[in-house]
Design a protein. Sequence first.
Length: 370
Amino acid sequence: MVRFIHFSDTHLGYKQYMMDERENDFYEAFNEAIDIGINEHVDFFVHSGDLFDTWLPSNRAMNEFKKAMLKLYERNIDMYLIMGDHDRPKRRDEVASRIFDFLGVHLLGYDDLDVVRKKFDEEIIISGISNMKGLRIPQLLELYKKADVIAESEKNSVLISHEGVSPYFIKEQSEVDSSDLPVNYTYLAFGHIHDSKLIDNKKPVFSYAGSTEINDTNELNHFKKYGKSVNLVDINSGTASVSRIKLNSTRYQDLIKTDNINLIIDLDKSLENATGIKKPLITLIINTEDKEYSRKVLAMYNQKAEIRCLFNKSVNMPENPVKSERKLIDYFHGYFHDDKKAELAYNIYTSIKNESVDDAYEIIKKMLLR
């Protein structure tokens, strides 16, 4: 049997809402995941991208990662990881995680497919393809085919990838469809989507491990139902079984849209539902003209919760803001009244939005050379 932890999207260094406490939360969740693997006597760790929140992490973020890797190095446990879209350098530079290769950190799939063969109780191959978007998608699809051929003759195999996959994510924001994925692997370890997903009723087993901390209020509904977890994966003679192990250090968050009449009731209800060992973080959107009263009420809750307060006369937020981008291309169609121009504008927009400036340049260059 081969045993490993699959986790993802740890975003080390992210200081949500510019709060020091939130930056610490991301480090603590990461370290809890490391400790879980040590306690479960895993053979190795798999991280499926977005290790750091930015490709140019702070000294503290790198130091926190180094300290965690020293704990693994002392126990002869390696980590295999790929670049997520946050990890890939936006100019020619070294990848931050590769600096720690002397501690058993193995970056796979920088611009190609990398395959490592390891022998534990059983032999296993670990394949990695880093995040590819925009103009790299055709290359990504070819690498998936290449990986599938390699895994065909292997009993135990893991593929690490960091992409949006439809139908597990919004089609318009996905790089590939589930039908594009390799079928000969034992386990597909995916990252990029912060809500966890596990498809284990067929082979290969597919999973988004999900993020280890809450990066955005869009994640709250899933978090309240499932929490944040890591995957403990056992592979035995070509069969993968997955246990989700919940993280206790993840800070409980809530988003409340209310007014002064219901403010106390809604706050009390939220605190009753709060879980975990840390002070809850509550984001309030209050529809009111009387801000002074709101502030007096909130002062009563300072010891019970960290509260972010936004005042809004007309509260009308979408239930899931992520979905609002699904129709973005329709705005381009409406402006240009031309399908080709709309698609061109949308592709340039998404490339720049993902900080893939080189992709945007290539799109424009191809247009000018036609």
